[in-house]
Design a protein around this ligand. Structure first.
Ligand code: KG4
Ligand code: ZN
Length: 355
């Protein structure tokens, strides 16, 4: 069974082919450079870029793999949550292709797809606790199968990735700053008393990173000499040794507060799922080195298997959409042309037609 995956929910345009659960090939175009000058994703520009790039990527993918559109069995498309205008480009493309080729259409929950991405590298085991940490979401789930997700904890305000990006912006790091903050932080030991853990003095499984972000903002306000002079990657390379060392310490300490918060909340989620066999950590922030280390220690302590996708499967991609779509199709779960895109903040409905 051949499944095409389409991803246009934010600032990555991507297509991928999965055949019987295995990745055949993928094409991805990042818009990072287009949005960098604005310091964040501009939704309308994102939509226009998807519209420009998506048909080109699709043609390249088909030519490179020697597949013809008529050979597609399923067209899987990220239908939300995400930027509405951006999603509509992918969903419209998917509907048109489905109509013209006769391939079945299935809408994929982008968040579920992140957690199912590791299925391209290994067999998934259930039940599992899933931690999804991305630019827009920090969610924990009980996952009983590729189509059964129960939300345990969610973001009340800033998502973990957003906190990374906003702290990086405070320090005038080039956009997107999360990875640069991770990289610089590796050069120092964290001061675990410098910043608070975020929203942990309660029994909640929900996340709130805005207080931590404010704590960093106050600290940077008192130490303006830390802020980079220019928002350029080269500005990071040209730092004098003393400045670099202090800044690395701040990055490591902030990163520690986020990683430790995630560890505490995931521990609580594991308590709620005593029969969990695995801990799956996915989404762009799952690329963070300290978070990967903390989660692998936690999984070892709790005797569950750790499932961490490789770096290219952490950030947005279409391979994960095709993989999730392939699993839906194998269960006969499809949509018709009334499939709707779902913006961020709204729950993605379970409205498949089962045939
Ligand atoms: O999953 P993703 O690619 O897009 C969304 O669906 O949001 O996640 C992007 C987020 C950004 O906030 C980015 O700064 C963050 O993931 N990120 C990282 C790292 N790599 C990407 N955050 C911390 N450390 C990293 N190494
Ligand atoms: Zn994502």
């Amino acid at each position: 069974m051949l499944t095409l995956g389409i991803e246009t929910s934010c600032d990555e345009t991507a297509v991928a082919l999965v055949e019987d659960g295995r990745l055949v090939a993928q094409e991805l175009a990042s818009q990072v450079d287009v949005h960098a000058v604005f310091g964040g994703v501009v939704p309308e520009i994102a939509s226009r870029e998807h519209l420009r790039v998506l048909p080109v990527l699709f043609r390249t993918l088909m030519e490179r793999t020697g597949k013809r559109p008529e050979e597609l069995d399923t067209i899987a498309v990220a239908r939300g949550p995400g930027l509405l205008g951006a999603l509509l480009v992918g969903v419209s493309f998917a509907k048109t292709l489905s109509l013209s080729t006769g391939a079945r259409l299935t809408g994929v929950n982008h968040l579920w797809a992140h957690l199912l991405a590791p299925s391209l590298e290994r067999e998934l085991v259930f039940p599992a606790v899933g931690l999804l940490v991305s630019g827009g979401h920090t969610h924990t789930y009980r996952v009983d199968s590729p189509v059964e997700f129960e939300l345990l904890g969610r973001t009340l305000d800033d998502a973990a990735g957003e906190a990374f990006d906003k702290v990086a912006k405070l320090l005038n790091f080039p956009y997107p700053g999360g990875k640069k903050l991770d990289d610089l932080g590796k050069e120092a030991e964290p001061d675990t008393a410098l910043f608070p853990k975020a929203y942990v003095d309660n029994n909640s499984l929900d996340f709130s990173f805005s207080g931590l972000k404010t704590a960093v903002a106050n600290y940077v306000g008192k130490h303006p000499e830390l802020v980079l002079e220019r928002m350029e990657t080269s500005a990071l390379d040209k730092l004098d040794a003393g400045h670099r060392e202090t800044l690395a310490g701040v990055c490591a300490s902030f990163n520690w507060s986020v990683a430790e918060t995630l560890r505490i909340k995931v521990e609580r989620a594991l308590d709620q799922v005593p029969d969990a066999k695995a801990l799956v950590v996915a989404g762009g922030v799952a690329a963070n080195s300290m978070i990967r280390g903390f989660m692998s220690d936690l999984a070892r302590e709790r005797g569950v298997e750790l499932v961490l996708p490789g770096f290219s499967l952490c950030t947005d991609n279409a391979a994960m959409i095709a993989a999730a779509g392939d699993m839906l199709a194998r269960r006969g779960m499809y949509h018709d042309l009334s499939l709707e895109a779902v913006p961020r903040g709204r729950t993605v409905p379970h409205d498949w037609i089962v045939k």
